[in-house]
Design a protein around this ligand. Structure first.
Ligand SMILES: [Zn+2]
Length: 355
């Protein structure tokens, strides 16, 4: 059995490693499943911003360890940590109203268990039962929370660049729909973009930085908007977090617990195909050429072997040959913006704002 199990995020990649924690010389030693030491955290530097609530996970960071995080879910690990780090125990709060999900009657829990096996199949149907407004309300701020899990601290807010990006959003999906989408670029070198429940799209600065041209960025944006329109992020949450989570939503729970899970939600092949189809349709309508989307994914795929960090976009939206073929089959359209607009967009992280 793993001693003091926890999850380790290195702050640079989207990976979440299962690790085991031990104590030695005033430090927490973090070891992976193979028994190799990954990092050592000085106990004096360990802290959490979370309130520590019974039956809920919390996330630890450590001074001098940058954006790396430890996520603690296991109750025994929590108790063990409280012993070693008394300041953590002081953040422990008995907040009764947060325990609603646990108070579900035995019957409901039984139904939840029975439903669990069939669950992935019906996630799509369940999403239809959750009103979009309610989803938006519950998941407000989810994009920033996930970006923080990756170690991002600031949004990129250079006004001219923001206006260009917003203009592209409107060009792709129209004024009305664009209003309901929250699009943000965050200051992080990772080449990644993701959609969250509540119609949020987060682009990492690295995506704009590493793109060869504007069509690549706009193509990825169109693809993410496809996930948004099809409500794939919410489906992903339901598939991954299960029925009890849905029940807790209806009982007034919150999304904080699923943040780190969301960060690594992967979509099914069907989801990817649907998002591509949507992207191709809106790019076509906007008369923007689609080659950028295929080129970008393929280039990242090639770099796969050398630059691991660049791969996050590919690993969360795997590009199959079939996908590339479908995207490449649609030709026509023009460049999405001129050189001066592109230069301005590239400058988006020249002005930053702390979350
Ligand atoms: Zn995707």
């Amino acid at each position: 059995m793993t001693e003091n199990p926890a999850y380790f995020m290195d702050g640079e990649t989207a990976r979440r490693l299962e690790v085991s924690l031990t104590y030695a010389q005033k430090s927490i030693v973090i070891t992976d499943r193979q028994g190799s030491c990954i990092s050592t955290w000085d106990v004096a530097g360990i802290s959490t911003l979370d309130k520590i609530v019974p039956a809920k996970a919390f996330v630890l960071s450590c001074a001098k360890r940058g954006a790396a995080r430890l996520r603690i879910e296991d109750e025994q690990t929590k108790a063990w940590l409280f012993n070693i780090i008394p300041s953590l125990a002081r953040r422990y709060e008995y907040k009764k109203e947060s325990c609603l999900a646990i108070k579900l009657s035995a019957a409901v829990v039984l139904i939840a268990l029975l439903g669990y096996l069939a669950f992935p199949l019906i996630a799509k149907g369940i999403v239809q039962l959750i009103p979009a407004d309610y989803e938006n309300e519950i998941f407000e701020g989810a994009g920033i929370a996930i970006a923080k899990e990756f170690g991002a601290k600031r949004a990129c807010v250079e006004p001219e660049a923001q206006a260009i990006l917003q203009g592209m959003l409107i060009r792709l999906i129209g004024d009305e729909k664009a209003k309901s989408v929250s699009l943000m670029v965050v200051d992080h070198e990772m080449v990644n973009a993701f959609a969250t429940p509540g119609r949020q799209v987060i682009m990492m600065g690295g995506l704009i930085d590493k793109a060869m041209g504007p069509d690549e960025v706009i193509g990825v944006l169109a693809h993410e908007l496809g996930h948004v329109e099809e409500r794939h992020p919410m489906q992903g949450v339901i598939r991954g977090a299960g029925l009890t989570f849905v029940l807790s939503l209806f009982l007034g729970g919150d999304w904080v617990d699923v943040t780190s899970f969301l960060a690594e939600t992967s979509y099914s092949r069907d989801n990817e195909r649907d998002a591509d189809r949507f992207a191709l349709a809106v790019l076509g309508d906007a008369n923007i050429r689609t080659l950028g989307l295929a080129a970008f994914f393929e280039r990242l795929d090639k770099e796969n072997h050398t630059v691991e960090k660049v791969l996050q976009l590919v690993s969360t939206h795997p590009m199959s040959e079939e996908r590339a073929k479908m995207i490449r089959a649609q030709t026509g359209g023009a460049v999405s913006m001129n050189a001066s607009q592109w230069a301005k967009l590239k400058n988006i992280c020249s002005k930053k704002k702390t979350f």
